[in-house]
Design a protein around this ligand. Sequence first.
Ligand SMILES: [Zn+2]
Length: 432
Amino acid sequence: MPKVRILAGLLTLLLAGCGLVPAPGPATDATAASSAVVTKSLRDVERFWAARYPPIADGAKFQPVQGGYHPYTENDPPPACGGEPVEYQPNAFYCPTEDFIAWDAQNLIPQLQETYGALLVGVVMAHEYGHAIQTRLGRTRQPTVVLEQQADCFAGAWLAEVQAGRSEAFQKASESQLENTVAGVLMLRDQPGTSALAEGAHGNAFDRIRALQEGMEQGNGQCAGYRADNLPVTEVPFSTRAEAASGGELASYEESVNLLAQDAQSYWQRTFPRLTGSAWPELPIQPFEAGSPPDCRQPDTSAQGAAFYCRDGDYIAFDNQDLGPALYERIGDNAVGMLLGDLFARAAQARRGASTTDKKGQLAVDCLAGSWTNDLLTRGEDRGIRLSPGDLDEAVAALLAFGRADEGNAPTAFERIAAYRQGVLEGLNACD
Ligand SMILES: [Zn+2]
C-alpha cells in the first residue's frame, strides 16, 4: 500500500525536523553544494525583481542588494548588522542597515536542501530577498508578522516564475517537489503559542503557506498590498497557563478521538440542515485494528485502507491501532481532528448526493472539513473544545501526509490545503 508507506515516511520527516536546531558539524561537500544553490537562487531572484519591481514601486528602478551575500559558519561569522556583531544561529537573514543577506552555510541550508530539496533553499532566499524589497519600498513599519507573510508572498511570486518555466535557476517543480517545499515551510514555522505580535513572529505555517500560495496565484502586486488590517492572521497565543503547559494538546489519543468525534457529530447535526434542508442522521463510527477493516463494497478514502467512509454502509471507519495513535503522537491531537474531519466531510458530501472522488468532489470534502475547523476556531469559550495554537499547523501536516500527489488526476496536497483553508477562513458557505 504505497500511500501508507509515504505516510510513514512523512511522519518520520516531521518528527526528525522538529525544532530545527541541527547539530553543529564541520564544513562538508554538502556545504559547498548548497552554496552553489544559494548563489544561483539569489541571482535568479534578483533577475526576477529587476523586471517586477518597477510596477509595484511607481516605476522606480530596482536596485539590487548592495551589501553582498554572506555565507557563514560557527567559525566564520557574518558581518556586523546595525553595528552589532551577529552570534551564530542556524538561520538565514536580511540585514536592513547594511543591506546584505546572510545564511548558515554550515548547518541550516545544507540540511534544508538534503531533507526538502533545493527548491526550498530557493524559497528561503526569495523570502530573505523579500525583506530587501520591503526596505526599498519603505514599507517596514508594520507588525513583524505582516512583514514575514509579505516576504513569504514575494517568495511565492518568484515560485510562480519557476512554475511558469521562466526561472534560470530551477526547472518547473513536480507536484511532489512542491509538496516537499510546503513541508519545509511547515518546519520553519514559529513555535506554537507564539503571539502574532511577538518580536520576530513569522506566523504559523497555516498563515505562511497561505501567503506563499497567494503570491504564487496572484503575484507580487497582491503581496505589496499586505497590511495589518487586510491580512487574516490565525496565529494566536495560548489563552491560559494550563493550555501553555499542555502545549494545547488533549491528554491522550483516546481522549482526542472521543472529544473530536463527538464534536464533529454535533457540528454536522447543527449545520447539515443548512446545507441540504434535511437532518443529519447520527454517523456510525467503526474503529478497527490495523489490517482488519470492516467489509465495505464502496470505501471512499484518501488514506487507502487505513481510513474510509463506507458509502454502501453509510459509516466511517479508521485504523485505531497504528494510524490514529501515530497521528496523535507524531503530529498532534488535531491531526486526529483532521482525520475525523475528513471522514465526516466525506459523509456529508456523499449524503448531500455529491461526488467525493472526482477532483471537484475531493476539494469540496476538504473545504467541508475546513468548515468544521472554522467553527472550532470561532466559537465562544463556553462551547466544547476549541482550537489551540499549533492545531492549524497540525491539520496542514496531516493533510500533507494523507494527500501527497502520487497518481493521475487526483488533486495535489497543495490544492487540498488551499481548499481546506477556504473552509477554515470562510466557513460552510464557501463550500458549494
Ligand atoms: Zn523573514
